[in-house]
Design a protein around this ligand. Structure first.
Ligand code: NAG
Ligand code: NAG
Length: 387
């Protein structure tokens, strides 16, 4: 569970929250802040003797940490129109029960063929067969994130000699300006031909639908691609390293799912959490092994199998864990990447050398993506000592 404005995923967050402490209530958080500050002061006093990190540096560190922590808590980036800002609890407490699936629904709400594409760019994979298709869930109005990605990791159509395509996945915009947003999306797609849109409401709680519609698109519109990746719109992606990884001998061409692996993650049962999943929806206390939603990679034989098996899997609102469940029901397991340290989640600070070696990092903004990317690509060796 993770999330990002991307209309992205679900489970990065769960990990992050357990790493950073954040699912407790505000009072706990303030205590945590105080403790953290005290800790930093202690470290500062301790290190001041040899005066390596300055007070300001430590304070900046603390500030950026808190900023990130708060972002993780509130995810201000994911813009949900007030109309759709209905909490899961609310939906579940309704006398009428959970939200009714759209008319003509088969199986359940997350069964992708229930929906139809409004934009599908169905020829993109026919013109050049991609080695790798990158599918980015993103909120409809978030053109800034799409533009930043177009300028950075989606800029080249050939990477390390392989054809790579990036496409953005959207649902229907909500709110009073929905018609207007829809019109701009059409224009944007005319210009870039990289939007895929389906007719489900684009909301945070519908991210599992979004992921499954991505799978449906890959299975029906892009089956010729060798690999695909679901990657959130707030990610730094070192696309060269990713393709290099996939070109390594021994990387499976079938039944392969990789990324940052999550084992035995407990299901969040605290109703105040963003990642709350009620027992009625998912009774087991833990999730099957899954890959963190920020960015996971798979051989392109899997999407059709995910869609098919999903008929038998009750949906829940944690998209990456849902994919983990599909794997389990298919009798498959996610695989660790050749170098697990290349799939990173939260970063403390930008380091050019570090960014030249990794595959993923979660960023705070689209500006950061452009800034880091530009710096990484400037002339000169990224790591000291290798000049
Ligand atoms: C890719 O980057 C180049 C150089 O920065 C720029 O001129 C070009 O317009 C970009 N292409 C796309 C598709 O954004
Ligand atoms: C999810 O999308 C469906 C189909 O558009 C819609 O009926 C439902 O209200 C959405 N659910 C949430 C929680 O946004």
């Amino acid at each position: 569970m993770e999330e990002s404005d991307s209309g992205g995923t679900a489970p990065t967050g769960q990990v992050v929250s357990s790493l950073l402490c954040c699912q407790k209530k505000t009072s706990f958080q303030s205590w945590f802040k105080v403790l953290l500050l005290l800790g930093l002061v202690f470290v500062a006093c301790y290190t001041l003797s040899d005066s390596s990190p300055s007070w300001t540096q430590l304070y900046e560190h603390y500030q950026s940490f808190m900023k990130r922590t708060n972002e993780v808590n509130s995810h201000p980036g994911y813009p949900v129109h007030p109309k759709h800002r209905e909490s899961l609890r609310h939906i579940l407490n309704r006398k009428t029960g959970p939200t009714l699936p759209p008319a003509g629904t088969q199986y359940h709400q997350a069964y992708a063929p229930n929906y139809h594409f409004i934009m599908d760019n169905k020829d993109v994979c026919k013109i050049w067969t991609p080695f790798l298709a990158l599918l980015v869930p993103v909120a409809p109005h978030n053109v800034a994130a799409r533009d930043a990605i177009r300028q950075t990791w989606a800029n080249r159509s050939v990477v390390q000699g392989e054809v790579v395509r990036t496409l953005f996945m959207l649902g229907l915009p909500g709110g009073d300006d929905a018609e207007q947003v829809q019109e701009t999306l059409k224009q944007e797609n005319l210009k870039h031909q990289d939007l895929i849109q389906s007719n489900f409401m684009d909301t945070y709680l519908n991210l599992t639908i979004k992921t499954m519609v991505i799978m449906d698109w890959l299975a029906t519109r892009c089956p010729s691609a060798a690999y695909a990746m679901k990657i959130d719109s707030d990610m730094f992606l070192n696309i060269d390293n990713l393709v290099i990884m996939l070109q390594k001998p021994g990387i499976p061409t079938e039944k392969y799912l990789t990324g940052m692996l999550m084992w035995d993650r407990p299901v969040v049962r605290s109703k105040d959490s963003k990642w709350y999943v009620p027992e009625e929806m998912y009774p087991d206390p833990t999730y099957p092994t899954y890959c963190l939603g920020m960015g996971y990679l798979f051989s392109n034989d899997l999407p059709a199998q995910f869609v098919e098996i999903s008929k038998k899997i009750k949906p829940f609102n944690i998209e990456d864990a849902y994919i983990g469940m599909c794997m389990k029901k298919l009798g498959l397991q996610p695989t660790s990447p050749p170098d697990a340290s290349q799939f990173k989640a939260y970063n403390w600070k930008y380091d050019r050398c570090e960014y030249s070696k990794i595959i993923t990092y979660i960023l705070a903004s689209s500006e950061q993506l452009v800034e880091y990317w530009t710096d990484l690509k400037k002339p000169g060796a990224p790591c000291k000592g290798s000049e």
